[in-house]
Design a protein around this ligand. Structure first.
Ligand code: ADP
Ligand code: ASP
Ligand code: MG
Length: 806
């Protein structure tokens, strides 16, 4: 025999109920069917009782509930059969109306009336289903499921209940239908098993009847790795142990009502979670098997809780404090969800439902009045609007590193943890956070244990010029591969230019984001950053594809708010050393990334290489480099027939140079790169330490428009050609180089002959030579194409991916 329970959504409409009928009739053995009220009806009945007790007009709502049922009946039955169903249901309606009227007249809502009213939904749905299914017979669960008062709720009298159900075993019809949720007490009064309690009714029946299987039919494919309404990437679990299911449901996984597991566990009856709307899906099996392969099976959460902390040095070493605390709370029927005590014993924190918080606080203050007066206890603090998150899995037992991985991922996303609890059973680690961080936390944790098929990076990009555009195209082109091979999805959560911004948490369409931006409202970079912080999305990264100092000024705020920064903009890294250092330190402290590989040599792995050397204990002793692809291109292309100004125009048109080529020609760009390389090599270099010879003499620069400057440059063509041909006459070439040697930093022209490593450096190639302790006689050389939007975007892309790596 099997027990099948159909929840509110499975009974939510006539078409859903037809599915139920089909599923039941397909069974090849006797079945006991337990039904919930029609979806939403219990809520409405409770609302009805509240209207009545407040003497408000409840009739429209009552009428609405009647219409819901009569519509379903009309849709499912012929008029004649429908009349029969209505006639059988009449008694329930009469009782409901009588009780409601009583509540309204007396303006008193006793537990008995409340339970009678809220339990009517199940009685009605059971009648409908039993009339719809051939040969089905409806039973009154209240005759078998017995409760007694315990604390604030009803408690099932287990032995008595199981015995009376057991006595039914041989007299049941092949298809017997029981209303879920409802029960009665020793006086025969109506009671219920608590919200979601139909699952429990079914488990009690399964246990009493010693069924071979308990099936919980609902509206999802099974028990998922997390609440599918919050984590879209949650997936269905094949199997869970009873303990895992119990822990997950206790901590908020609504798919099964927590007490349900106990009767099934006691008789070792397997439970299956199945989808009424997709019956062929295998569902989730809950049984005694402990599968230790996966460390963490799933996560769940409870919101609307408060954290109460009793703190004081007078508690240290004193026994009985926690006992008194729990006793005081128990006297007020306060349910404790989680307990955490610091090993110093100077504080005890508990999590309780928010609704109980004020009352609990008063109870504790009263209990510890003497200690508070003596200042041994500081008082009782409440943190409101909290949430508890729990990760669960049998495989966590005796496995190290689970909490490390958990708190690392949570921490680097800037989520503050208020309290932590891990039971000695090691089946569950739970922790308390602010409710505002709940969605983010669940996403981050779900990803951290690869419960998701992929990790999501939320990217916010500023700048849609050559590099910015190229980056978006690259991400779009690569997204499928990233998902397949790296299990990574980059979502463009926000895009801005200097005037407008657009957002979408789920990701803007990459191919139309720029057009969308053009229609977006006016905004400023401050607004963009504030919105990013407010969005509070997991693995957020700010990508700067501008050359703007206004944007660079935002990094500190972003990093402080646990948002990684990836930038092609050199301004921050090359401004005052103290700013550079502060950004780096903040990133480390917050556990986020601050990456700027593209600041030097575009996509070439120069900064990464230096970082690797320094981290392994090597010291960079000397640095010599050709760092400007643009200037090298210019040097290589000026000839007797091609003057400097013409090549500058070409470099600008090809997008090699900075938008304002003066930044290159002044030597500023190379200077900035040298500063960044030196700093990454552990030298606190400042701009004024660098001896700089501009590419074009200082006197050619003023604040005029770019076009005017280029005109003026023509008058320098001849001088430059003289310098170039002089070197050529000696079989040498000019290189505009940067160096850091023996404590001296220089940027300027050098003339090199054929033996020099910089001699053969065609087009816009870059080259960096590093002499270090380990690479002294034969310096390390990194060479390659170092300019242009394409390689810069590629470098940014590589940095963005690193955001999720530890
Ligand atoms: P029923 O009416 O069938 O009893 P419930 O609404 O009580 O259904 O429970 C099913 C719902 O539980 C699902 O629709 C889903 O939104 C929610 N849920 C929360 N956590 C989980 C989880 N871990 N796995 C599956 N469903 C979950
Ligand atoms: N109908 C009840 C409720 O909504 C019981 C249940 O569906 O499990 O809480
Ligand atoms: Mg339910």
């Amino acid at each position: 025999m099997k027990v099948l329970k159909f929840g509110g959504t499975s009974m939510g409409s006539s078409s859903a109920i037809i599915n139920v009928k089909r599923i039941v009739e397909h069974m090849d053995q006797p079945v006991v069917v337990v039904v919930s009220a029609v979806g939403g009806v219990t809520d409405k009945l409770i609302q009805l009782s509240k209207l009545a007790v407040n003497n408000e007009d409840y009739l429209p709502l009552l009428h609405q509930i009647e219409v819901i049922h009569s519509t379903i009946i009309k849709e499912l039955f012929t008029p004649a059969a429908g009349k029969t169903v209505e006639a059988i249901s009449l008694q329930v309606w009469q009782e409901l109306k009588q009780v409601i009227q009583g509540v309204s007249l007396t303006q008193e809502l006793s537990t008995k009336s409340y339970d009678t009213i809220s339990g009517c939904g199940e009685r009605l749905s059971a009648i409908i289903l039993s009339e719809l299914i051939d040969k089905a017979k409806v039973y009154d669960s209240r005759l078998f499921i017995k409760t007694e008062i315990n604390g604030r709720g009803h408690h099932v009298k287990l032995n008595e209940t199981l015995q009376s159900i057991g006595e039914l075993k041989f007299s049941l019809a092949p298809i017997s239908v029981f209303p879920g949720f409802i029960a009665s007490n020793e006086k025969g009064e109506h009671t219920t098993l608590g919200r979601g309690g139909s699952d429990y009714s079914a488990a009690l029946l399964a246990s009493g009847l010693e069924a071979e299987m308990l099936e919980i039919w609902t509206d999802v494919d099974g028990f998922m790795s997390a609440d599918p309404r919050v984590i879209r990437r949650a997936y269905c679990l094949e199997q869970l142990s009873y303990s895992e299911a119990m822990e997950l449901s206790h901590f908020g996984a609504k798919v099964i009502y927590p007490p349900t597991i106990i009767p099934a566990l006691q008789k070792q009856i397997p439970i299956k979670i199945k989808n009424t709307f997709n019956p062929s899906a295998p569902g989730t099996l809950i049984n005694g098997q402990k599968d230790n392969h996966k460390r963490v099976k799933g996560l769940s959460s409870i919101r609307d809780v408060s954290l109460l902390t009793v703190q004081g040095n007078g508690m240290i070493g004193i026994s009985g404090i926690s006992m008194r605390m729990f006793k005081a709370l128990a006297q007020h029927n306060v349910n404790i969800i989680l307990i955490s005590q610091a090993s110093s014993e100077s504080s005890i924190s508990i999590v309780i439902n928010a609704a109980d918080a004020e009352m609990a606080k008063l109870a504790l203050i009263k209990e510890f009045e003497t200690e508070i007066n003596r200042k041994e206890i500081n008082g009782v603090a409440i943190d409101k609007q909290m949430a508890v998150v729990a990760i669960v899995g049998e495989g966590m037992k005796h496995t190290s590193g689970v909490s490390g991985q958990l708190f690392n991922s949570v921490g680097r996303n800037g989520i503050n943890i208020y309290a932590i609890a891990q039971g000695a059973s090691e089946l569950n680690i739970s922790f308390v956070i602010h409710e505002n961080d709940l969605r983010k936390t669940l996403n981050v944790v779900h990803e951290a244990f690869f419960l998701s098929q992929y990790q999501a990076i939320h990217m916010y990009q500023v700048g849609v010029g050559n590099v910015g555009k190229n980056l978006l195209e690259k991400i779009e082109r690569q997204s499928e591969r990233l998902m397949k091979t790296e299990h990574l999805s980059i979502r463009l959560a926000g895009l801005a230019n200097s005037k407008q911004m657009a957002f979408n948490d789920r990701g803007l369409e990459l191919d139309s984001a720029i057009e969308l931006l053009q229609e977006a409202p006016q905004s400023s970079i401050d607004q963009f950053v504030d919105q990013i912080i407010a969005n509070n999305l997991s693995n957020s990264v700010f990508v700067d594809c501008t050359a703007s100092d206004l944007v660079a000024k935002q990094y500190q705020k972003l990093l402080e708010n646990n948002i990684s920064v990836v930038t092609a903009n050199k301004i921050a890294g090359s401004s005052a050393y103290s700013i550079y250092e502060k950004h780096k330190k903040t990133a480390i402290q917050k556990g986020v990334k601050y990456l700027f590989e593209t600041n030097v040599g575009a996509g070439l792995p120069i900064i990464n290489t230096i970082n690797g050397m320094v981290q392994s204990g090597d010291r960079i002793l000397q640095l010599e480099a050709v760092l400007s692809g643009t200037l090298n291109y210019i040097v290589n292309n000026v000839s007797t027939d091609r003057p400097l100004s013409e090549v500058v125009i070409e470099a600008k048109e090809k997008g090699f140079s900075e938008p304002d080529p003066r930044i290159d020609l002044k030597g500023t760009d190379v200077l900035r790169k040298l500063l960044i390389l030196a700093r990454e090599s552990d030298y606190a270099l400042e701009e004024h330490h660098v001896d700089i010879q501009p590419f074009v003499p200082e006197s050619y620069f003023s604040d005029e428009p770019v076009e005017d400057f280029i005109q003026r440059l023509k008058s320098y063509d001849k001088k430059f050609e003289e310098m170039r041909s002089k070197a050529e006459g000696q079989d040498k070439v000019l290189r505009y180089a940067a160096s850091l040697k023996e404590g001296r930093a220089k940027v300027g022209f050098i003339e090199v002959d054929a033996n020099h490593p910089f001699y053969n450096l065609a087009d816009s190639n870059n080259k960096v030579m590093l002499r270090s302790d380990y690479y002294y006689d034969h310096p390390m050389e990194i060479k390659g194409y170092g300019a242009g939007a394409d390689v810069t975007a590629a470098g940014l892309f590589a940095d963005i991916i690193k955001v999720v790596n530890l």
